[in-house]
Design a protein. Structure first.
Length: 135
């Protein structure tokens, strides 16, 4: 495995189930038992109703691009040689929205509402990063 030069996540107690799921190539999000809302990023209370009663569920990993930005400039040396790259807000089939890197497509071909699917990049033995590609 080549040296990974990008910043690595710093899991919090709230996000550890997400990162553990990613290591197993599962996209985990939270779902409220009170209102059935889903959300991301991880939190101790429901983003919709404020309930503290929730579960972690495995999302399908399917969704669509809600919005995106294309980076043409390097803000961290880890992305050197990867310009341009796309970071998007993905609206998952379950309703939650999350940020993700769009891969497997030229940056200028990315559009809103494009169907995408998760893929998992095992960047270190400890960390797997979910990314998205055209579905």
């Amino acid at each position: 495995m080549a040296e990974y030069l990008k910043p690595l996540p710093i899991p919090s107690p709230e996000s550890e189930p997400f990162w553990a799921g990613a290591r197993d190539h599962k996209l985990k999000i939270q779902k409220c038992r009170a209102c059935a809302g889903t959300w991301f990023p991880p939190a101790t209370i429901c983003a919709h109703c404020g309930s503290r009663d929730h579960d972690w569920i495995e999302a399908t990993g399917e969704g669509k691009i809600h919005s995106f930005v294309t980076y043409h400039r390097i803000y961290h040396k880890g992305w050197e040689g990867e310009l341009p790259y796309v970071i998007a807000i993905i609206e998952l089939a379950e309703g939650a929205r999350m940020l993700g890197n769009i891969v497997g497509i030229e940056a200028e071909e990315v559009v809103c509402d494009m169907p995408v699917a998760v893929l998992f990049d095992d960047v270190t033995p400890e960390f797997t990063i979910p990314k998205f590609q055209p579905a």
